[in-house]
Design a protein around this ligand. Structure first.
Ligand code: FBP
Length: 265
């Protein structure tokens, strides 16, 4: 694996990935709460906050908008993704090659979704193998969006399922595992332990209240997690700078959610 601790992708060994691949994954409806976010430059501007260690986008958005931000924030190019219009068993089309991400887009890292448990798991794992080996050739860290789901999985947030997700990242050669919150600090600790040396970050999820969100992040940090990869819980807020100020305190300064919130209000 690549030790990413001394790369621009991390700050003090931790990560805060600002994700904006939602236009593909969920559709423009996700930008409705703050209509200006439909314009990707709004979210790229948010990503220039010091707390953010990379912005994760799809190829087309990177190609069009990243050139104006390449000195401001590291780029994580998502290699696969699928629209919400797809109604089949979970799967994700490979939309960008590692070579293209490295040479044409100036990626500092790449990201790949694996739906363990899907009927398409075998093909997805084979596609991940290809991406992981190419990423190694380009010395690019690879982040696995490890989201076990599919018709056989009734509850994709069970502790054993999330720990399986982080373990899949270790077994298959990812450098970072991005997983859903498993519901408790204890469950998160298991997921972190199962990942070995692989850094584990929590996936943000749909927008919640400030305190509830920060408290979850605090729990993840306390459990040994390396941070957060978040979209809606930042840019669906009217004041994204304030929540990033608070996240900076919780993630890098290991303050409590309460102290961080008090400090930024
Ligand atoms: P959020 O913080 O908004 O949940 O974004 C994280 C993310 O992984 C995005 O990269 C992706 O678009 C989205 O979640 C996919 O979530 P799901 O597959 O659960 O709809």
């Amino acid at each position: 694996m690549i030790d990413i601790s001394d790369r621009s992708l991390t700050r003090d060994g931790k990560l805060l990935v600002l994700a904006m691949d939602h236009g593909l994954e969920h559709g423009p409806v996700d930008f409705e709460p703050v209509p200006e976010t439909l314009d990707p430059t709004t979210v790229f501007d948010i990503a220039t906050h010091d707390a953010v260690t990379s912005i994760a986008v799809q190829k087309g958005v990177a190609e069009t908008y990243y050139p104006s931000y390449e000195d401001e924030v590291p780029l994580l190019v998502k290699l696969n993704g699928t629209s919400n219009l797809w109604m089949g068993e979970p799967d994700s089309a490979v939309n960008c090659s590692v070579e293209y991400a490295a040479r044409e887009l100036g990626a500092d890292a790449v990201g790949f979704t694996l739906y363990g448990g899907s009927n398409h798991e075998v093909e997805m794992a084979e596609e991940f193998r290809e991406a992981q080996e190419r990423a190694r050739e380009h010395d690019l860290p690879i982040v696995m969006w490890s989201y076990p789901r599919g018709q056989g999985l009734k509850n994709d947030r069970k502790p054993e399922t999330i720990a399986y997700g982080t373990r899949l990242a270790l077994e298959l050669g990812a450098d970072v595992a991005k997983v859903k919150y498993p519901g408790s600090g204890e469950a998160m600790e298991w997921a972190v332990d199962a990942a070995g040396e692989v850094k584990v970050v929590m996936s943000g999820g749909s927008k919640t209240d400030d305190y509830g969100f920060l408290e979850q992040v605090e729990t993840v940090i306390d459990a040994g997690g390396a941070g957060l990869a978040v979209g809606r819980n930042v840019w669906q807020r009217e004041n994204p700078v304030q929540i990033l100020d608070a996240l900076e305190r919780v993630i890098y300064e290991e303050q409590s959610a309460e102290a961080a919130l008090d400090a930024v209000q």
